[in-house]
Design a protein around this ligand. Sequence first.
Ligand code: DGY
Length: 324
Amino acid sequence: MQSVLVTREIFPETLQRLAQHFQVTPNEGDVQHPPGALAGQLAGHEGVLVAGGERIDAALLDANPQLKAVCNMAVGYNNIDVPACTARGVLVTNTPDVLTETTADFGFALMMATARRIAEGEHYLRDGRWTRWSYNLLTGSDVHGATLGILGMGRIGQGIARRGALGFGMNVIYHNRSRLPAEQEAPINARYVSKEELLREADHLVLVLPYSAASHHAIGAAELALMKPTATLTNIARGGIVDDEALAEALKRGTLAAAGLDVFEGEPNVHPALLTVPNVVLTPHIASATVRTRRAMADLAADNLIAALTGQRAPTPVNPEVIR
Ligand code: DGY
């Protein structure tokens, strides 16, 4: 019988399903292992269900030549060295589609919370600082009718654009590696612009692009300087796309009105400067976290693992070229 490792605690139903096909090594108690320990734990396993963003790199693959499939429970897979997997014939899969609408809901909610200063308001109230009405108490900026800028117009970006255009009458502009076909732009009246125009014109900029060496610090001090001082920035993509230190500085100086961040460079650590500025809403990488969606992600990751190791076609491969 083949063996699979599940790197983090997961739904018992997912483990039971995998156990119908494989010898399963779970992570009972969700033990946090030291960095580098995963390579040793993988010994003797043909497949791994990666839940929690563990790194799969060339050294780990070289230590585990028996490994055939790496199934990520996330749509983003910057934690996996895909070329190294492909070179060794290891199939990589991810979980697209099942989380699109849930993640778009969260991105829109975080953008609204940021624009309307909801977290600041809650802290103000809980801290007992609310003593009377004031005409300018925690005034934010409107979402309806404003210009929504989207950097990275994939499935989730389009979901956020739809919410903005159809639900809130927003004017949608976007920048992406490639322009959408006209029939996808038309229903949401989305306008393709340069990255510079996007930064200059957006009232609310939402980042939904994948992380790669090319998108590292795509938003740094120079980009932030192009944005309106009244604008907001929301990042639900990946840490490292924003230079968190430069962002904290812009928020502190007021050259950017506010930010909403669900992802961070080096998470779960958060840049200490971000913790000291009030005009930022911070959440712990939960954009896809509804019970139904997390279950759908686990199911799809398990489907991929079962298919990959039992000679079927995995539903959502990242490197289908390794399938012969
Ligand atoms: C994803 O699917 O990439 C999310 O960021 C994980 O929650």
